[in-house]
Design a protein around this ligand. Structure first.
Ligand code: UD1
Length: 423
């Protein structure tokens, strides 16, 4: 099993190219199942999660082929026929987003058996919104033996789907399902995350009729068939945010290429309050660290355009060394503070009060062995390790590999002392 080792205390300087978005490419790959023609996705990241999903899609009859290298690289997804409508526990338990094949399978084949999901252990993460939404569209659904069995004889029908709260995944699935349903579907309280907009834009290029992308109300007129398309994946705002925080944490100066300040969303003003500098240049977004210790900065996670829950842990990493107390509130997932005990091993002073972490900044973190507990927690340990004095050794880095492309290479190239050891 691999470990990542960091010798901390080095400023990051130079340029980092931001990869294609993990949270966009996964639903885009799933959308490939909606058509019997080829979907070409460009600028895709190479991640453990994309490889896992490729295996799920292959089980269903898709051929997923990688092409190119570097910025020109991508994936071809070709599903002339769905040879199976069953997504097994073996794969779905590895990654929650594989559950999303439920939407296209039901829409195109009118039936699906999909294992209940696994993925990061960051709360109970139920699937009621997906199932209630698909039931409203006429699907007959039962849950047995850990599998969702769904059928829609004669196809899904357009319906009104009112989500009680915002769910990114349920929005993706209902949006995809509605594209091939008969008649009009209206989804209220839809997610407006840039990744949902990216998927919607690709679906439009495939012939879908969608109104309201980027707003809380989506109106979809179902069509008979979708066709192939050629789509470039949006850049990863969550990876970009983690790099921006790593630069701030080390007091460095790095240009992030391929994104602008808007991509960071609510992270940008929070970083400015913390004392970091963000300047848009011709080459990208230039990030500089605060002159001294970061200023304590409160954040509350919320659905987009609020502060992204996926950046909560990395932001806490920066606040560990702030000059004062920061309150960090998590409102999306109920168990997304597993990084707290690992940060404490590096000397951070954090206490938990319900959904809020109270981070009392310390002058210095000190390297220690730590364990990655989930995807976003793992990158937080990287950021903390870059700040810490001495050596930090991170185990269970398969969490990191799920979502960050060649992170140790990207960080080494800007001056970090970080490497991978295979034990
Ligand atoms: C996606 C992202 C993840 C991000 C999250 C929130 C991907 C691959 N993953 O996850 O990185 O952290 O959005 O921005 O894009 N919920 C229910 N019932 C449901 C569905 C969701 O109670 O049927 C709850 C969840 O438990 C959670 C909240 O809704 O508390 C939001 O989750 P959701 O937006 O669905 O997250 P994911 O789509 O799984």
């Amino acid at each position: 099993m691999d470990e990542i080792v960091i010798s901390g205390g080095h400023r990051l300087r130079g340029e980092i190219a931001v990869s294609g978005s993990k949270n966009a490419v996964l639903p885009l790959m799933v959308a490939g199942l909606l058509t019997d023609e080829e979907l070409i996705l460009r600028g895709t990241p190479r991640l453990a999660d994309t490889r896992t999903l490729a295996k799920v899609l292959a089980e269903l009859g898709a051929t997923v082929a990688e092409f190119g290298n570097g910025p020109g690289e991508g994936l071809n997804i070709d599903t002339p026929t769905l040879t199976s409508t069953r997504a097994s526990y073996e794969w779905v338990s590895k990654m929650r987003a594989s559950f999303w094949v439920l939407g296209p399978l039901l829409a195109r084949a009118h039936e699906a058996q999909v294992s209940l999901p696994g993925g990061c252990a960051i709360g109970t993460r139920p699937v009621d919104l997906y199932l209630n939404g698909l039931a409203a569209m006429g699907a007959d659904i039962s849950v047995e033996g850990g599998y969702v069995n769904a059928t829609a004889k004669g196809g899904l029908k357009g319906a009104r789907v009112d989500f009680p709260f915002v769910s990114v995944g349920a929005t993706h699935v209902l949006l995809m399902a509605a594209c091939l349903a008969k008649g009009e579907t209206v989804i209220t309280n839809a997610a407006t995350e840039p990744e949902v907009v990216d998927v919607g834009t690709c679906l439009q290029a495939m012939g879908a009729q969608i109104d309201g992308l980027g707003t809380r109300i989506l109106t979809i007129q179902g069509v008979e068939k979708l066709h192939g398309a050629d789509h470039t994946v949006t850049r990863d705002r969550i990876e970009a945010g983690a790099f921006a925080l790593a630069v701030a944490a080390t007091g460095g100066a790095v240009t992030l290429t391929g994104i602008d300040e808007a991509a960071l969303g609510a992270l940008a003003p929070a970083m400015r309050l913390a004392g970091a500098g963000l300047i848009e240049t011709d080459g990208g977004l230039h990030v500089t660290g605060p002159a001294g210790r970061p200023q304590p900065t409160p954040i509350t996670t919320e659905p987009y355009p609020g502060f992204a829950t996926d950046l909560q842990a990395p932001f806490m990493g920066l606040m560990c060394c702030a000059d004062g107390v920061s309150r960090i509130r998590e409102t999306i997932f109920e168990n997304r503070f597993m990084h707290v005990q690992e940060l404490a091993r590096l000397g951070a002073d954090i206490s938990l009060e319900g959904d809020t972490a109270i981070v009392t900044g310390v002058e210095k973190l000190y390297g220690a062995p730590v364990m990655a507990t989930d995807l976003r927690a793992s990158v937080t340990l990287v950021i903390a390790g870059l700040m810490a004095e001495g050596e930090t050794r991170i185990s269970r880095v398969y969490h990191l590999d799920r979502g960050y492309e060649r992170i140790e290479e990207k960080l080494s190239a800007v001056g970090a002392k970080i490497w991978r050891e295979t034990l």
